[in-house]
Write a protein that binds this ligand. Structure first.
Ligand code: SF4
Length: 66
C-alpha cells in the first residue's frame, strides 16, 4: 500500500496511546480495522476513555453520554 501523504500531519493529530500499533497515523487502516470489529478509533474518545482501550460503540456512547 502506498505511503499516506498526510502521515506526518496524522501523527501530530493521533491521540491513541496504545503502544506499538502499526496503524498510528495510518488513519484509513485504523478506521477500517476498528469498524470491522464494530469499534471506533481511539481519537473518537475523550482522553480518559481512550486510555481504557475499549473501542466499542458501547464504550463510545457511554463516554459521550451526558
Ligand atoms: S486506534 Fe487502534 S488501530 Fe488506531 S492507532 Fe490506536 S490501536 Fe492502532
Amino acid at each position: 500500500m502506498a505511503e499516506c501523504s498526510q502521515k506526518s500531519i496524522n501523527m501530530e493529530r493521533c491521540t491513541c496511546t496504545y503502544p506499538g500499533c502499526p496503524n498510528h497515523a495510518n488513519c484509513c487502516d485504523c478506521l477500517h480495522s476498528h469498524l470491522a470489529k464494530k469499534q471506533l478509533p481511539g481519537c473518537c474518545f475523550p482522553a480518559d476513555a481512550e486510555k481504557s482501550y475499549d473501542r466499542s460503540f458501547e464504550a463510545f456512547a457511554k463516554a459521550w453520554s451526558l
